[in-house]
Write a protein that binds this ligand. Structure first.
Ligand code: ATP
Ligand code: MG
Length: 357
């Protein structure tokens, strides 16, 4: 029997709603496929916790999480708490403390879905964005100056270390080695950002020499965003800095069916600390409480968790169940053009898991 422990952080808004379905799916996997157990502890760390305690998690929150094998997150954020508080005090400390320097975000058109890109030839829309997750533009270095004067300004430094840049690029290239198209596309902006991006490009060239069988493309982020629309079928592994990766993956989600579907994995490749799995969407206050959020992004993040655990057969069980539901097309949430609730779609995925067992 395999045993894993999971710290579950449902979070805010639609986070707890989609998490409930995710945990249901996990239960169905345990029950239908045997041989595996996930001990789960639910943490109430979210914006309500912040409003009560003045912080997003307890002082020893990170040391509590450290002892788990895995972290499962719903979504964090609420209108009453500024994003820079909720994100900077919960998600970013976890990603950094646990050296989850790889943020994996698949851009894959699932069976049964149609891309909003009507252009023909996008049948093979299946690539992955590797986003640097610990440094770059999301550094905590900077500040505000000359407040209350006409010279008021804000400065935020981008931080690209050789260590951080090399390790994310090496991860991207070794991922490309395992995939079929054998290509890495790196996002740059060395024409406009004249210190950090030429440094990034230099390291791309160095690392690429270690992987002679992988083809390298280096595109400016603006052009690359356009290529996501005009020829997304040509990509395999796309590697980008923290901010560029963030923007590219919302775009990536949009071309394969929307934010309600898009999962992510914050990976610590060395496995010295827990990795974290979450939908890429936020707490979506506009639809929170209505019971209509799409749970697929959360459920797909569980499939990514199975891949991380080297259990591809369980990942496939989850993905097949999702694709069967989409292909049936009968139980879909409003973002997919249906009228089903979060719970109904979750139940339908669970039904297919038992059916496939
Ligand atoms: P964050 O800053 O946390 O990324 P955001 O402002 O980017 O949040 P999201 O919560 O990610 O906003 O979502 C943007 C919009 O996409 C939501 O307002 C909602 O309408 C839609 N959306 C997001 N997730 C889902 C989902 N699971 N199901 C249906 N619609 C969703
Ligand atoms: Mg967002």
């Amino acid at each position: 029997m395999l045993h894993y422990s999971i710290a579950v952080i449902p979070g805010d808004g639609i986070g707890p709603e989609v998490m409930e379905e995710g945990l249901k799916v996990l239960g169905a996997i345990e029950e239908s496929h045997g041989g595996i157990r996930f001990a789960r502890d639910v943490m109430d760390w979210n914006c309500s916790y912040y409003l009560q305690h003045g912080k997003m998690m307890p002082e020893n929150g990170l040391s509590i999480l450290k002892d788990y094998d895995l972290i499962l997150l719903g979504a964090i954020g609420a209108p009453e708490v500024p994003d820079h508080v909720s994100v900077w005090e919960l998600i970013l400390p976890i990603r950094r403390a646990f050296q989850q320097y790889v943020n994996l975000r698949p851009v894959k058109l699932l069976k049964g879905l149609e891309s909003p890109l009507r252009y023909k030839g996008h049948a093979d829309l299946d690539f992955v964005v590797v986003r640097e997750n610990t440094e770059g533009e999301y550094s905590n270095m900077g500040g505000r100056m000359h407040q209350g004067t006409p010279y008021e300004m804000a400065v935020q430094n981008n931080v690209f270390t050789r260590y951080g840049t090399e390790r994310i690029l090496k991860y991207a290239y070794s991922l490309a080695e395992k995939r079929s198209k054998k290509s890495v596309t790196a996002a740059t902006k060395s024409n406009g950002i004249n210190h950090s991006m030429p440094f990034w490009d230099e390291i791309v060239k160095e690392v690429s020499k270690e992987y002679p069988e992988i083809q390298t493309n280096l595109y400016h982020i603006d052009a690359l965003a356009a290529y996501f629309i005009t020829r997304p079928e040509t990509f395999d592994v796309v590697v980008a800095s923290n901010l560029f990766g963030d923007i590219l993956t919302d775009l990536g989600a949009a071309i394969v069916g929307g934010l309600g579907l898009a999962p992510s994995a914050n990976i610590n490749p060395e496995r010295t600390y827990p990795s974290m799995f979450e939908p890429i969407h936020g707490s979506a206050p506009d639809i929170a409480g209505k019971g209509i959020a799409n749970p697929i992004a959360q459920v797909w993040s569980l499939a990514m968790m199975m891949d991380h655990l080297d259990l591809p057969e369980l990942s496939a069980v989850i993905m097949n169940a999702i694709e069967n539901v989409l292909q049936d097309g009968k139980v879909l949430t409003p973002d997919l053009g249906g009228t089903a609730t979060t719970k109904e779609l979750g139940d339908e995925i669970v039904r297919h898991i038992y059916q496939g067992a």
